[in-house]
Ligand binder design. Structure first.
Ligand code: 15L
Length: 266
């Protein structure tokens, strides 16, 4: 049997770095694409140094690929021009390359900031319509729409994950992290579920751990086979002395993004 080849864009970014060792499997080759230099740790890794905005490079990166995990792009607020170029045009370039190469399954990283101006009410459904908090959030809403378009037009299986906050621990995030944290191990469990769910079609799901203070619905991800085993609450004591958000940052899903200046890299 030939190896399964999974292309990960943005593999040297925050989420990519956490997922790379966790998505290694016997019988799987990870093709790791990033602008930043990377080194293959063994024969199960292939390195591609390229931008997601480079159509030619993306076309050759997609050759022989079974599934694609698109994490590449700016991961927080930036100028409108940079956001449009890398996140929106870049995602269209990635999807077009995947379509042309016959990649039948694509997993796209969206973010809670696509719905950053939704209130912090409990059990927020994964398919709530966009209420972005930044240009970055607008780009994530566009990524969701592009994924839906490529599914509907070309029959590709496209799963879009609205990621909460995927970091080693929720500690750098302050108290908000107790709600939004996606542990790296749960992140890997979620990507594995997305890679293996039979014929998912188009899905929009939350990417979050089963945190005691969770407000994002998990039922859509669980329907794909995801089972969270982590809970940010184990860090609650360490976060107790940190200042709690106030005003819009406390009221809305996007937290501090809701009040950060638009178009300013932070
Ligand atoms: C995101 O979308 C960002 O990429 C990440 O850096 C965090 O800020 C996260 O959201 C969050 O909301 O905590």
């Amino acid at each position: 049997m030939t190896d399964q080849r999974v292309l990960i864009t943005g593999s040297a970014g925050v989420v990519g770095t956490l997922m790379r060792p966790r998505l290694k499997r016997d019988g799987r080759v990870l093709r790791l694409l990033d602008l930043a230099p990377q080194t293959a740790s063994d024969a199960s890794e292939e390195i591609v140094t390229a931008s997601v905005t480079d159509a030619e490079a993306m076309a050759s990166a997609c050759e022989g690929v079974d599934a694609l995990i698109h994490l590449g792009g700016h991961s927080r607020e930036n100028s409108w021009e940079a956001t449009l170029d890398v996140n929106i045009n870049g995602t269209q370039t990635v999807l077009e390359a995947a379509r042309a190469a016959g990649v039948s399954r694509v997993i796209l990283a969206s973010s809670n900031h696509a719905v950053g101006f939704r209130r912090n009410d409990s059990d927020l459904p994964a398919d709530s319509s966009p209420r972005p908090d930044t240009y970055y959030g607008v780009s994530k809403a566009a990524i969701e729409a592009l994924g839906s378009l490529y599914h509907s037009r070309f029959g590709m299986d496209v799963i879009v994950i609205r990621i909460g906050s995927c970091f080693e621990t929720p500690l750098p995030l302050g108290p908000r992290g107790l709600t939004t944290w996606l542990s790296p191990d749960d992140g890997a469990r979620l990507f594995e579920a997305c890679l293996s769910a039979p014929s998912p079609g188009y899905r929009l799901i939350w990417g979050v751990s089963d945190n005691t203070r969770r407000i994002y619905s998990l039922s859509e991800a669980e329907a794909l086979g995801y089972k969270s085993l982590d809970d940010a609450e184990v860090y609650a004591e360490q976060l107790a002395s940190k200042p709690a958000p106030t005003g819009a940052a406390a009221e809305y899903v996007g937290g501090p993004f809701c009040t950060a200046p638009l178009g300013v890299f932070n």
